[in-house]
Design a protein around this ligand. Sequence first.
Ligand code: SF4
Ligand code: SF4
Length: 162
Amino acid sequence: MLSYLKDIGLGIVTVLKSMWVACRHLFTPAVTLQYPTEKWTMPERARARLDNKIEDCIGCGQCARVCPTKCITLKTEKRGKEEPEVFASDGTPIKMRTYVYDIDMALCCYCGICTFSCPTHCLMMTPAYEYSVYDIKNHIYHFAKEKPSTAPLPVDPPVIKA
Ligand code: SF4
Ligand code: SF4
C-alpha cells in the first residue's frame, strides 16, 4: 500500500515538474521557423550545393580524383593545336576540352575537398540548400557546355569516374 501511494506521489511530482518546464518556455521567443514561408539566412560560407563555373575549368580532373564518394564524372580531350587559345579567368591556359562534367548531388557528402583541390577555383560550394527532386536522376548536374571534337582522337579520351 505504501509503495502504491509512493508511486502516485512520484507521478504527481513528475507531472508538475514537466509542466513547470513547459510553462517556463511559454513566454520565451520561438526558435522554430514556419518553413517554407520563413527561411534561415545561411552563413556566407555555408557548404551546400556545388556549382562549377565551367568556363574556368581546365579539365585537370583533380576534383574527381579527390572526391571520397566518387560523384564527379569528367570526360576531356586535348584541344587541337589549330584551335584558338583559351584561358580561364585567372589566366590559366585551358588545354583540355571538358565535354562531360557531371556531379551526382545525391552522392555528394558536402565535404568540400574538391573545391580546395581545384586550381582555378571554378568549383565552389554555394549556400543553396533547397533542391529536392522527385526523381533522384535529376540530382545529376551536367555542367559541360562543349561538345567533343568530331575528328577521331588519337587515344580514348581519359574518363575519370566516379
Ligand atoms: S563536396 Fe566532397 S563529396 Fe561532394 S563532390 Fe566535392 S569532394 Fe565529392
Ligand atoms: S579541379 Fe577544377 S579545373 Fe580541375 S577538372 Fe575539377 S573543376 Fe575543373
